[in-house]
Design a protein around this ligand. Sequence first.
Ligand code: PLP
Length: 391
Amino acid sequence: MPSTLTHFECSKTGERYPKDELLNLSKTGAPLLARYDLKKAAETLKPENLANRRNDMWRYHEVLPFTDDSSLVTLNEGFTPLRPVDRLRKETGFSRLFMKDESVNPTGSFKARGLAAAVNGAIQRGVKSFAIPTAGNAGGALSAYAALAGKPCHIFMPADSPKAFITECRSNGAHVELVDGLITDCGKIVASRKDAEGWHDISTLKEPFRLEGKKTMGYELFEQLGRNLPDTIIYPTGGGTGLIGMWKAFAEMKELGWIQESAKLPKMISVQAAGCAPIVRAFENGDDSADFWEDAHTAASGLRVPAAVADFLILRAIRESGGTAVAVDDETMIRETHRLNKFTGVFSAPEGGACLAVLDRLEKEKIISKNDAIVLFNTGSGYKYLEALTL
Ligand SMILES: *Cc1c(COP(=O)(O)O)cnc(C)c1O
């Protein structure tokens, strides 16, 4: 399973870092981006060659950072369905609407992609134990891959996280500490203890591999739409890994020759909760980075991220794509989640409902139109959010 990884690169300064080291942020404190020899990758990574490959995200191995097939830690994450959602199309009037259904991933959310990538990347570079601050799904995913690999992991989660997340992590054998605070408070604890404890910190975008796992969603969309990209992607944004990851994938696909240099890329629409919308506020103010969001609250745990390390990369991708950022209040989000589920049969997470909630508004603002190819992301399973979804 050859990879064409050449090095990592600082997203602020472009400084290079060696590919074989276990890394976190760059010296300037910015996320590191994996870089590949895409000319070489293009020799074998061709859309027409993919049909017979494995049905998970590892089918794109040339542009993933792992080489050792025999020891790959995987629950077969990724390559999730792109659902045509016919009844929802009729209900909403959007004739080419799709749902990228990430709820069928192992551990019930797309966090499986990023954490599978991060655990493999770290194991190949000699990791001993993991630590993560999480709003819920990332911890669940880490607990699964750490269990599969037989490595200890330490999970720091807000005490008021939905019960399913806490139970899942503990059942998978993780050390769980409940924190009276938010994911950012959990992050501070990990940062202050990791050196003494020998933990590898796999916070969102504080290590380079989670992004690589999540970028595979961009490759999948292209394959699943018959070698086309959609006009618009509606994405519920917390730390922004998936949004930045897909944007990175599209840039790689140009270099791979999958799409033309001049090709129009999808508009990236970032959806946040009204109770925690730092990216929306920064986007509206025309800022390049986002201020901390005080008193963050929302039932959509994945969106309860008051500060994102890669805020500048999220904002850049939204703007380069001609997209926008919009907020949805919780009451609307939950109502729209039930509507989503009623017309698709997919028991979706509130984050998925948030995406459905913005369709009409985006059409009124002329950012999308009824006949555009639109992909809305259902990023997780409703089973993890029973408290919020109980009727
Ligand atoms: C983490 C999470 C998100 C946000 O994902 P990012 O790529 O970090 O922005 C959205 N939905 C769910 C269900 C999540 O767990």
